[in-house]
Design a binder for this molecule. Structure first.
Ligand code: PLP
Length: 302
């Protein structure tokens, strides 16, 4: 069957829907020049958004935190996102909404004078770990690079301040690891490029409370754990405790629950994705079929 002609993705730019390869922003937009933007990513799985209301709520909060105005209501944003997906025909999609600072009048350096810009796009679903990595579990390196402190950039407002994550990731990949997790100034692990982290010891889950984006997948796992009667502690997670855990996993919209089987030179648990992780992972995908969390997209004639 020929692939859908727009299935590489569709973007919403200055009021128009365009093929993803044609989507562009002005080079003078501070979103580009200064990483001055906020964004959110919601996924579409089997033709339905997963937890869209939670993503929209977090996005509006991020906008408020950074004094950015999307110029659209959450309902209007939902309409744009659904239209990007509908036009692409994608049944599994990675859907991003962005507000950039835009640009103040020429010569002005006052961000209050900038006209903020809203952009969005839908592209094929993005996995932050490939199939082989998900099967055997990821090898994670704890980076020497410290995560930007929350007092400098609020990590609860989703942002593009990724230089620390990217530099840490480059070293981890050079060293043969699959990905990286950064720590705070006290040596507690916080988060990595696009994910939160959990460990499990004696049947109880731990995930960092501070210094992290409050991931929607993290929240989903916390709710799943509650439904399964598993205790969850939100607190500081020292790197050494992570290395000595029975099980560990990452959470991200880019793949849900992603098992971790090695941290630095230490094998985690048995070296295979653990039973509690597997149960959380299976339930995570089961919840995608629950109308309490998913909203079907009307693809019409696409
Ligand atoms: N932490 C960071 C820095 C992220 O960029 C992301 C997602 O992109 C996450 C955590 C996970 O958040 P979510 O589960 O909402 O995808």
């Amino acid at each position: 069957m020929p692939s859908h002609p727009l299935s590489d993705g569709i973007a919403f730019v200055r009021g128009d829907y365009v093929p993803i390869a044609e989507a562009a922003i002005p080079i003078t937009d501070w979103g580009f020049l200064r990483s001055d933007a906020t964004y959110d990513v919601v996924t579409v799985w089997e033709g339905a958004f997963f937890r869209l209301d939670e993503h929209l709520e977090r996005f509006m909060h991020s906008c408020e935190r950074f004094r950015l105005d999307p110029g659209l209501t959450p309902a209007q944003i939902e309409g744009v996102l659904a239209e990007c997906v509908r036009r692409s025909g994608l049944r599994s999609s990675y859907v991003e909404m962005i507000v950039t600072r835009g640009q103040p009048p020429w010569g002005s350096r006052d961000p209050r004078q900038a006209v903020n810009r809203f952009y969005a796009f839908a592209v094929p679903f993005v996995w932050i770990a490939n199939e082989a990595q998900r099967e055997r579990g990821l090898h994670v390196k704890v980076s020497a690079v410290q995560r930007i402190p929350a007092s400098s950039v609020d990590p609860r407002a989703k942002n593009y301040h990724w230089n620390d994550l990217t530099m840490g990731l480059l070293v981890a990949l050079d060293d043969g690891a699959d990905t990286v997790v950064l720590s705070d100034a006290q040596g507690n692990v916080v988060e990595g490029p696009g994910f939160n982290i959990f460990c499990i010891k004696d049947g109880a889950l731990v995930t960092p409370r501070e210094g992290v984006l409050e991931g929607i997948s993290r929240r989903t796992v916390i709710e799943i754990a509650a439904s399964l009667g598993l205790p969850v502690a939100l607190r500081a997670l020292p790197a050494e405790e992570l290395r000595g855990a029975d099980e560990a996993f990452l959470t991200s919209s880019g793949g849900g629950v992603l098992p971790v089987t090695r941290v630095d030179d230490r094998v985690v648990g048995t070296g295979r994705p653990g039973p509690v992780t597997q149960r959380l992972l299976a339930t995570y995908w089961d919840w995608h079929r629950d109308p309490a969390y998913s909203r079907a997209i009307d693809y019409g004639q696409s």
